[in-house]
Design a binder for this molecule. Structure first.
Ligand code: GLY
Length: 576
């Protein structure tokens, strides 16, 4: 048995497998370095997120007696300050919760279309579709949901004072923090690229007009004041009063359509999670307006009919069967899944074992299928989202994925309020009947309608078995999210990988159209890629897929094992 030592400093206690004693902040940094090769182990609580500041914020809430929902809220607000490319209060997302008694719920705080939205809103005067209007500028901004989502989660399930949960974020915004190389690079790109057109963005994210250098201190005084209003007034600190007035003023200045009424009417919704089973495990994931849970359970149901372990991890046979399941789940996603408050989504059928059996019968073990581009084709979805996982001392588990859509969203920062706005309207379809082979999609269910929520791929998920929590998983990555979560789960269940191995292993993606398997750099040998091509697949190898910050429970000790995905070098697991 490998000896473990415990580090205790201030209110936070970090346990690093095989580590040495260091104070809290240093412990987190050490955790970050060590995490590329192993998990962080803790006996009580664990937070795994994209920045050391956010993971610390959540872990400190846990150490002070907060539950996993409290910690998730503190982590989310801290990410809005320290991970501005995707952490946010100007965007939206999803939270899946599993309580210690095994019951589950989900919170939907996806952005919605403003009241003035309509399906043809991205056509220009000549009736031509404008990609620019759809994805950039003020018309691309959806009504934000994050603050309402965190507020609702707190009202329903939080335990600590709301104001306490915002304190770390307010401190980080007011006092500043040092820019990592990764964030420094991101901010330089923002203020010299798409953010350059917006005064607020340049003012808040540059060094008095000059791009920031890595190592600079980023202070965000107006964001701190916005967070203070939210701390004092709760939901109304964002959706009414000064913050709402500033947001709407910027929309009016830039030709946007979000009004005070849109903000006042925004409601986060509690939803019933999608639940599936796979070889005796329970899979709990996000329902519409995310497509994630339905597609994940559909793929697992299809794949349950094969002996994947015998095929071998990332063998040609394994990749072929995964790709064929992905092909069909993404076809169904495009045809059927949208905001279920507006569209009739056949959720029960798509997630049933019977339906999976009929789909499996279509799959040829010796030949690639064909994705007919008759009416459904590729649509761009940004990979810039962020996921974090939390488990508390009682075993409450929270899986959160939230987003601004593009990196730094629309690139518009609200002057006087200091937060970036999303460009999530780009996740609606382009317009009625606009499906074409160049990548537009115009199917009915996911068209922009007043107050509809745009279809998402975010897949915050939780795994349990025999009434016990097993793992908390999720990822950013646009449509690759669903396949990343699928593979992290299969790695754990089929290949007995620990959380570090499951998160690190190379991943692949197929999404119906384009009809191509994408495999991460170094993910397969030349011979395996050739075998796949002989089966009829188009294969490309390169890039990286997702950032799957995850937690697994050690079945023997009950310890929480956190793995920050090393695909984001700033990410950290902090336990106590
Ligand atoms: N904008 C990415 C997603 O919602 O899936």
């Amino acid at each position: 048995m490998i000896a473990r030592r415990h580090f205790i400093a201030l209110s936070t206690c970090v346990t690093l497998w095989m580590g040495t004693a260091v104070p809290t902040r240093a412990a987190s940094i050490l955790a970050s370095q060590a995490e590329t090769t192993r998990s962080v182990r803790a006996s009580d609580g664990m937070v795994v997120s994209g920045t050391v500041h956010a993971s610390n914020a959540g872990a400190e809430v846990l150490a002070a007696g907060g539950n996993a929902v409290d910690a998730a809220i503190a982590t989310g607000f801290a990410l809005a300050v320290t991970h501005p490319s995707a952490g946010n209060i100007g965007g939206g997302g999803f939270m899946v919760i599993r309580f210690p008694d095994g019951t589950t719920t989900a919170l939907d705080f996806r952005e919605k279309a403003p009241l003035a939205a309509h399906p043809e809103m991205w056509l220009d005067e000549s009736g031509e579709y404008s990609r620019t209007k759809h994805h950039n500028g003020a018309l691309a901004v959806g009504v934000p949901g994050t603050v309402a989502g965190f507020w609702k989660a707190h009202q329903l399930y939080g335990g600590q004072d709301w104001e306490r949960l915002l304190r770390p974020a307010i401190g980080l915004a007011r006092d500043g923090f040092e820019l990592t190389d990764r964030l420094g690079r991101g901010l330089r790109r923002l203020v010299t690229g798409r953010g350059a057109a917006y005064e607020g963005t340049v003012a808040y994210f540059s060094n008095e007009g000059r791009p920031h250098a890595s190592g600079d201190r980023l202070t965000q005084a107006d964001l701190a004041r916005t967070l203070e209003r939210i701390a004092l007034e709760g939901r109304d600190g964002f959706y009414a009063g000064e913050t709402a007035r500033l947001l709407v003023a910027e929309m009016e200045r830039l030709g946007g359509i979000i009004t005070l009424e849109d903000l006042a009417r925004y409601q986060a919704r509690e939803r019933t999670p999608v639940q599936g089973t796979y070889r005796g495990y329970d899979v709990i994931s996000m329902p519409p307006p995310s497509s994630g849970g339905i597609a994940l359970v559909e793929m697992l149901n299809i794949l349950e009919g094969y002996d994947l372990a015998a095929m071998g991890h990332n063998s040609a046979e394994y990749i072929h069967h995964l790709a064929e399941a992905m092909r069909r789940a993404f076809r169904d996603r495009a045809q059927h899944v949208a905001d279920a408050d507006f569209a009739d989504v056949p959720r029960q059928r798509l997630t049933s074992k019977e339906y999976a059996a009929t789909v499996r019968a279509e799959i040829d073990a010796a030949a690639a299928g064909v994705s007919a581009p008759s009416d459904i084709t590729d649509v761009y979805e940004s990979p810039e989202t962020t996921h974090y996982s939390v488990v508390d001392r009682n075993g409450m588990a929270v899986s959160v994925t939230y987003t601004l859509e593009g990196g730094y969203g629309s690139g518009i920062t609200v002057p006087g309020a200091g937060f970036l706005l999303n460009n999530e309207m780009g996740d609606f379809n382009a317009g009625p009947g606009l499906t074409n082979t160049r990548g537009l999609i115009g199917t009915e269910p996911n068209l922009a309608r007043p107050e509809q929520r745009m279809l998402s791929s975010m897949t915050p998920s939780i795994l349990a078995k025999d009434g016990e929590l097993v793992a908390v998983v999720g990822s950013p990555g646009g449509r690759t999210i669903i396949n990343t979560v699928l593979q992290v789960l299969l790695n754990m269940i089929e290949f007995d990988m620990n959380v570090r191995e499951a998160v690190t292993a190379s991943r692949l993606h197929h999404q119906w159209l384009p009809d191509r398997i994408r495999i991460e750099s170094g993910g397969v040998s030349v011979a395996t890629a050739e075998s796949l091509r002989r089966l009829g697949h188009t294969v490309s190898v390169g890039g990286s897929q997702g950032i799957a910050h995850s937690i697994m429970i050690d079945p023997e000790t009950g310890d929480r094992l956190g793995a920050a995905d090393a695909r984001n070098v700033d990410a950290v697991a902090v336990g106590n």
